[in-house]
Design a protein around this ligand. Sequence first.
Ligand SMILES: Cc1cc2nc3c(=O)[nH]c(=O)nc-3n(C[C@H](O)[C@H](O)[C@H](O)COP(=O)(O)OP(=O)(O)OC[C@H]3O[C@@H](n4cnc5c(N)ncnc54)[C@H](O)[C@@H]3O)c2cc1C
Length: 292
Amino acid sequence: MGLLSGFEHFMREGESMAPYTWFRLGGEAQYFAEPSTVDELAALVKRVTQEGLPLRILAGGSNVLVREEGVPGVVVHLAAPAFCQINVKKPTLTAGAGAKLGHVLTVAAREGLAGLEPLTGIPGTIGGALHSNACTHGGDIGQWTSAVTLLTADGQIVSRMRDDLQFAYRQSNLDDAIILDARFELSPEDPQELTKRMQKLWITKKAHQPVGGQHTGCVFKDPPGGSAGRLIEAAGLKGARHGKAEVSDRDANFIEVEPGATSDDVLHLIDHLREQVSRRLGMTLETALEVW
Ligand SMILES: Cc1cc2nc3c(=O)[nH]c(=O)nc-3n(C[C@H](O)[C@H](O)[C@H](O)COP(=O)(O)OP(=O)(O)OC[C@H]3O[C@@H](n4cnc5c(N)ncnc54)[C@H](O)[C@@H]3O)c2cc1C
């Protein structure tokens, strides 16, 4: 039996990954699947595990750079409505892994539920945000998360409760399974106040980061107590470029790409920034961006 057998209605071979990532770069996924139900996803995961192929989950694609060679194995895109539901039972909000973070924040504000609003302006989905504990200086998604439903590699659905969840700066213990949904315990607050606060946060984020359009990515983790962007700037690298990839003039921790850029342009520029910051300032930068 071939890998596609029985899955042809939601799976295909050789799909270009560029349209699915914020950089809009990179080669093809060997197999690309968009299941529309949890049952389809579970059956696919079991088959892929049996075949011993690598499997990756792609959500909003805002923290992934795909290499020009493409991605071997199976890339699963969780975007069907079944994975994007948002339900509120105050003060609890439950969201599917594929729900857009921005949409969840809007629903929370409308319902007068505070907590997640410091994440305003972060692109991507609930699944992506939980996987690497999306954060700003105002807080992180992990601190409001009370339970997560996961699908394991053998197709089992399990719940992980608060005591079994671990979140740290840009990481979590949710990288061993597929996140299906999560529950957040939030605090009641006046919806209008909350909306105003989010508008202010959005304006600040927009003024300092290239959030307006795509063709960009946030590259490094901030070192403890510092800012990767400020280190890159201090090393005189703002505006540095390789091919069609350039360090953003808004925040030096972002790389922006022009039409005609390749993933190799971005990878060369990342290496150059890391090397020069180390040589000139003696600081080691660690990437937050995942390279597939
Ligand atoms: C303009 C811009 C601004 C940004 N600002 C911030 C910021 O302020 N703070 C911050 O923390 N990050 C920031 N980021 C990085 C990025 O937006 C976050 O990491 C975001 O949470 C990624 O979500 P995503 O849905 O796009 O995930 P993707 O990029 O699609 O995936 C990221 C990782 O999560 C995994 N993943 C996704 N969904 C699931 C799932 N359901 N189950 C298991 N694994 C899953 C993927 O396999 C991958 O390993 C920014 C990025 C950009 C481009």
